[in-house]
Design a protein around this ligand. Structure first.
Ligand SMILES: NC(=O)c1ccc[n+]([C@@H]2O[C@H](COP(=O)([O-])OP(=O)(O)OC[C@H]3O[C@@H](n4cnc5c(N)ncnc54)[C@H](OP(=O)(O)O)[C@@H]3O)[C@@H](O)[C@H]2O)c1
Length: 289
């Protein structure tokens, strides 16, 4: 068992997109360190299999799988209800689920799919669980972004990306939204004992982008043998979720377990606050944080 074993004993953690890749390794590490872990994924078969594997590998029976399509607001609400009916506290929420879509699609709620899954799902799930996180404070929110956020801007005139869609552009935009959201959340949560940080995991050989088609799919196929392993890629998520060294640290962006500057656009508070209002309207949620 690792250095933070004692620290995570009795903690309740949720990891989204935990059936494979970085999320699965993160969930396994939290279970290894003694936490109760809720794994969330869209695919029941894969999610159940990974959860059983984590129980067997760690000897920790307190790993439970909840199925949810995190691009669907209804599924996210059901997930939050299901969780709240079973648990009184949440110590760590790792928003990790993500994907890239070569062709423009819309979610069941009519939102551009990349934004719905990679960003708006994080916004809604986090806010639905916020009271529980505060109740268990100190608590941590860990949002998996990407360094590709640095190329993006948020254009409020075309939030649905109806013109000039590319999968990469949609992905970069969703990852910038995560960083803006994380900083805004940290500002709103000052004094509550709940921290919010974002991270870039590295370039990691997971299933990510393999089905995405386009340039990113091709690059992923060609160069993935030089990428980090999922275990290496999960280290910053695990660090932010577990390490006593980051207790109380909030509103930061981490790469390789170090706090670094994110893009200039990600620090624009006017954009963050406008995005927050836009997100509240799109999810019909009013947050008093
Ligand atoms: N890999 C990289 O190089 C890299 C770089 C920067 C950032 N990231 C970010 O790291 C995170 C994890 O990615 P990864 O590399 O581990 O990729 P991955 O292996 O594809 O894992 C993504 C996970 O999200 C799940 N997921 C996809 N759509 C979902 C939905 N609608 N509802 C619920 N879960 C859903 C996937 O489930 P299924 O497999 O069952 O569909 C999978 O378990 C993502 O946010 C990604 O953007 C990755």
């Amino acid at each position: 068992m690792a250095e933070n074993t004692h620290w995570m004993n009795g903690k309740i953690c949720m990891v989204t997109g935990a059936a494979s890749g970085i999320g699965a390794v993160t969930a396994r590490a939290l279970a290894q360190q003694g936490a109760t872990v809720i794994t969330v994924d869209v695919n029941t078969e894969k999610g159940t299999a990974t959860t059983r594997q984590i129980q067997a590998q760690t000897g920790n029976p307190s790993v439970e799988f909840f199925q949810a399509d995190l691009s669907s607001q209804n599924d996210i609400r059901l997930l939050a209800q299901q969780f709240l009916s079973r648990y009184q506290r949440l110590d760590v929420l790792v928003n990790n689920a993500g994907a890239i879509f070569a062709e423009r699609q819309e979610s069941v709620d009519g939102i551009e799919m990349t934004f719905a899954l990679n960003y708006l799902g994080y916004f809604l799930l986090t806010n639905l669980l916020l009271d529980t996180l505060k109740a268990g404070a100190p608590a941590r929110i860990v949002n998996v972004s990407s360094r590709s956020h640095a190329r993006a801007r948020i254009n409020f005139e075309d939030m649905q990306l109806r013109s000039g869609y590319t999968g990469l552009h949609a992905y970069e935009r969703s990852k910038l939204a995560i960083v803006l959201f994380t900083y805004e959340l940290a500002r709103r949560l000052q004094g509550t004992g709940v921290t919010a940080n974002a991270l870039h995991p590295g370039v990691v050989a997971t299933g990510f982008a393999l089905d995405g088609g386009g340039v990113m799919g091709l690059v992923t196929r060609l160069f993935r043998f030089g990428f980090m392993t999922p275990k290496q890629g999960a280290q910053t998520s695990i660090y932010l979720a577990t390490s006593p060294k980051v207790e109380g640290i909030t509103g930061k962006y981490f790469v390789r377990c170090k706090s670094v500057r994110s893009s200039p656009a990600s620090y624009d508070e006017a954009t963050a606050s406008r995005l927050w209002r836009w997100s509240e309207e799109r999810t019909n949620i009013r947050v008093i944080a």
